[in-house]
Design a binder for this molecule. Sequence first.
Ligand SMILES: [Zn+2]
Length: 214
Amino acid sequence: MSDLEKSFAELFPAKQIPFCTVEYSGRLKAYNARIQMRGNYITVVASKTWRGISPSILKGLYQELLVRVYKIKKQTIHMDLYHHFMRSLPRIAPKRKTHPVLEQSFHRVNGTLFMGILEQPNLRIGRGVNRLGTYEYASDTVSISSILLEHPELMDYVMYHELLHKKHQYTASKGRSCHHSPAFLAEERKFPNAMVLEQELQRLVTQMKRVWFW
Ligand SMILES: [Zn+2]
């Protein structure tokens, strides 16, 4: 039995095991994966970074995908191992990307709101108006939209939000993950003038959309 088949059998002891295939792709982002279910066929497409990872962690990945696609609530020891592995990735991810303006923003925020204890993640400029910032655990990368380049205060606020993701990480249980825990949101409000900045961000996004699309 393949690891994917074993993962299925552990989750659904009474069900017949479908035809299972695992493919590795260089096009998916690091440690991403997708699942497809068609009739009696299940295909998992996993980023090639998954190659050679311990079978017990891989089983956790497969089970995480299976509980989502079958919409069931179950938590297994392998799924715990998988999340433990995912949470360890930011620490071991190589730090190669940076950007002078983002680096200044990182140091301001780290110094004033994290007492300088956060390690600098990869920093990159993203495009797009709807996603002002993102944090990617697998590569330890904060992306900040280019529209914030001329708004240092707003940039710091978005940087702070993304760095809180690095600090708090996420909790996961039974196929559901929570990225904005109550503790996260409480800490987010500690940013000076958070409410005002939130409104200014909204205004900027609306303005930019007008400039770009109308
Ligand atoms: Zn967020």
